[in-house]
Design a binder for this molecule. Sequence first.
Ligand code: ZN
Length: 294
Amino acid sequence: MEDYILRATAAEGAVRAFAAVSRNTVETARQLHNTSPVATAALGRLLTAAAMIGSTLKSDSDLVTLQIKGDGPLQGIIATSDSSSRVKGYAFNPETPFAEKYPGKLDVGSAVGKGTLTVIKDIGLKEPYSGQIELVSGEIAEDLSYYYAKSEQTPSAIGLGVLIETDETVRQAGGFMIQLMPGAPEEVVDKLENKLNSMPYVTDLLDMGKMPEDILEMILGGMDLSVTDKMPMKFYCNCTRERVEKALVSIGKSELEKIINEDQKADVKCHFCSKEYHFDKSQLKNIYNKAIER
Ligand code: ZN
């Protein structure tokens, strides 16, 4: 089954909602980065959130990046999505050792530690918009909810989950995001709170075979729920040899000269998808000449 995101409204537009199933995307990320279970869980949660937020972007060239930096063993994670919910991302320390909160529940919060969450939206303005908060728990969903309340004045209930098999592959992944629009009536807020308080974990719902449709129905059923969009979600990196060359040109003459003389080659790995680009000495000399011309 392909990954996808549902977008919906409810309560006569007072509620905006998203739900995603992201198992393939997260499994692809795991394979590309060879992440440990706790790193897979953390990265998978952030990728799923990025894809849901990405689906709200207007233009094809718009991008949203979620960046978490923490003092825990994971060090940090980054996820970027375009407006078609094509996501890419990586964990700073993919080999973060196994940590459980209790049997069967990975301790993402401890792996992340204390730190910050930064949301960067590049929507074609001169400067990308960016907002930052201190992490609340490092569990990611909670941190994002706090970000929305504080930086965007949008009360949000967010659930994100990644369930890992004993062989470390991804068994389930997905999430939901429910947001209150300005002026949402008190009774809608109360009703939502009641529903959300009795919601099982996202991973449990997915493992019971619940789909994004079911999750939205569980939360917003009876509240004039209307699904407005169904969009595919996938892991996608737009790196190319040309882009890597440009990056090499930008490191400057003296640094390039050093690489040419000392290493006689360069192997550049894309952070986002782990693809390797190899440059031999003559290719590096061409790049060096371009750096001189600048
Ligand atoms: Zn790449």
